[in-house]
Design a protein around this ligand. Structure first.
Ligand SMILES: [Zn+2]
Length: 473
């Protein structure tokens, strides 16, 4: 398997470190824990206990430490075991149902068993993946974790489900997308290894929502159009004002309840939430890339797992690194969608439009009237020798077509929305100060030869080539 952009040490070491990832974000539990109405004290207590348990699990992640590589199981063969945690915190607990056993008397056990199977099937049949780790990892789950536990999570080795408090949250096993969501955290852990904070963390959450929803859609045989695109549909109690925990199609609309608060997800970058809470808003800002996925899936049409799902899966498996941000996800998914044989000749356009609609990449520049000019000035400095040189081009003075190709590179690099600094901070790297003036807009940035912005560096090369050496100064 070709692996690009991943840290080889991670695969080579044969083990991974993993955060404990929960479906219910901490801000929801703390909102519930703050309820002061005495008639709701039981809910507040359950939420507080769930919050404390989730926090304790986070603290225990180093104790869970390393996961030894498991024996390889042949592709296509599931290996599920569902345990009963018996309302305690010891994991995994006693066996309720093993692979091939008839259904148990325990509803949660059967739901967990089927959910693990449905998740395995999507990844195996559609993406030819042999379980979570790609090596046939056994799928273990424990149900009845603690009492009234308002959460479900992947602890790096297995799934854990709470029964919910029965008022705000029902039992967590009944949502197929919740099971798919948690197991996808396992896949992310073995593949891109996205860090669990800020934008990489929100991408981590979003990939789990994407494939969680696809597990459900695949099991139900739904098209993108028919899917509800909800995460945690049916998880909320009957008198809670809301339909789910999150809506991928319409982020921010899943619930609005006096006890639960209002769904805080923004739908576009304009609403991006900068916060220290929730690992930098990983469950909040995930709505932005999730909505981009839904828009792409709807534009492709048909079953979402076939085209959009495949693009996102290959991005997660082969192209994204641990620190990838939204722009990087947009870049690699647009690149993958450019494979016309698989995704049609407008695949890249569909995916680009989706990321554009959520504001991750800027709107297309207005087509320039003939003769509209652009000025680019680049100051090169640094490098081992510490030399400085200046280069400038004026597109009016270039042969026909050349100015357009530069303009194209400026668009491709999304130059006008790049932050003022894209610096790698590596020693002895050549640095550039780039200033572009176009259609009355002026933008200047600093970057260096290792900043990783390919289109931008190509623009630099072209300008240096065209301007010749303007002389060191
Ligand atoms: Zn999650």
């Amino acid at each position: 398997m070709t692996r690009v952009g991943c840290v080889p040490a991670r695969a080579a070491a044969g083990w991974v470190r993993h955060p404990v990832l929960c479906i219910v974000p901490p801000y929801v539990l703390s909102q519930l824990a703050r309820l002061r109405d005495p008639t709701l004290s039981r809910l507040a207590e359950a939420a507080l206990a769930s919050l404390a348990a989730s926090e304790r699990l986070r603290g225990e992640r180093s104790a869970l430490g390393a996961v030894a590589p498991l024996a390889v199981t042949p592709a296509g063969r599931k290996h599920r075991t569902v345990y009963d945690a018996g309302h305690g915190q010891g994991l995994p607990g006693t066996v309720l149902r093993r692979e091939g056993d008839p259904p148990s008397d325990d509803v949660s056990a059967n739901e967990a068993y089927d959910g693990l199977g449905a998740t395995y099937d999507l990844f195996s049949r559609v993406y030819r993946r042999n379980s979570i780790d790609g090596r046939g990892m056994a799928l273990d789950a424990s149900v009845h974790y603690l009492r009234s536990f308002n959460n479900s999570f992947w602890n790096g080795r297995q799934m854990v489900f709470g029964d919910g408090d029965g008022v705000i949250f029902q039992r967590f096993t009944q949502c197929l997308e919740v099971i798919g969501h948690e197991l996808t955290h396992g896949i992310t852990q073995y593949e891109a290894g996205l860090e669990y904070s800020n934008q990489p963390g929100a991408l981590n959450e979003s990939f789990s929502d994407v494939f969680g929803s696809l597990v459900k859609q695949y099991a139900l045989g739904q098209t993108a159009e028919q899917a509800d695109w909800l995460i945690g549909a049916g998880l909320l109690g009957p008198d809670v004002r809301g339909v789910a925990l999150r809506s991928m199609k319409d982020p921010g609309t899943a619930y609005d309840d006096p006890r639960l608060g209002k769904d805080p997800q923004p739908a576009t970058m304009e609403g991006y939430v900068e916060t220290e809470d929730d690992n930098g808003g990983v469950h909040i800002n995930s709505g932005i890339p999730s909505r981009a996925f839904v828009l792409a899936a709807l534009a492709f049409g048909g079953p979402a797992w076939a085209k959009a799902g495949r693009i996102w899966y290959v991005a997660l498996r082969d192209l994204l690194g641990q620190a990838a941000d939204f722009r990087e996800a947009a870049r690699v998914t647009i690149q993958l969608a450019g494979d016309a044989k698989q995704f049609g000749k407008n695949g890249a356009e569909i995916v680009r439009d989706a990321w554009r609609a959520v504001g991750v990449i800027p709107p297309p520049s207005v087509p320039r009237a003939h003769g509209a000019s652009m000025r680019i000035r680049i100051v090169q400095s640094g490098g081992f020798a510490g030399l400085r040189s200046e280069h400038a081009v004026d597109t009016d003075k270039l042969p026909p077509g050349v100015g357009e190709s530069l303009a194209h590179l400026v668009d491709q690099a999304t130059f006008f929305s790049l932050p003022a600094r894209r610096l790698s901070r590596l020693p002895d790297v050549i640095q550039y100060r780039i200033r572009v003036e176009r259609d009355g807009r002026v933008h200047e940035i600093r970057c260096d030869a290792e900043c990783g912005e390919e289109a931008l560096l190509e623009l630099v090369d072209r300008v240096l080539e065209l301007s010749g050496s303007a002389g060191a100064g």
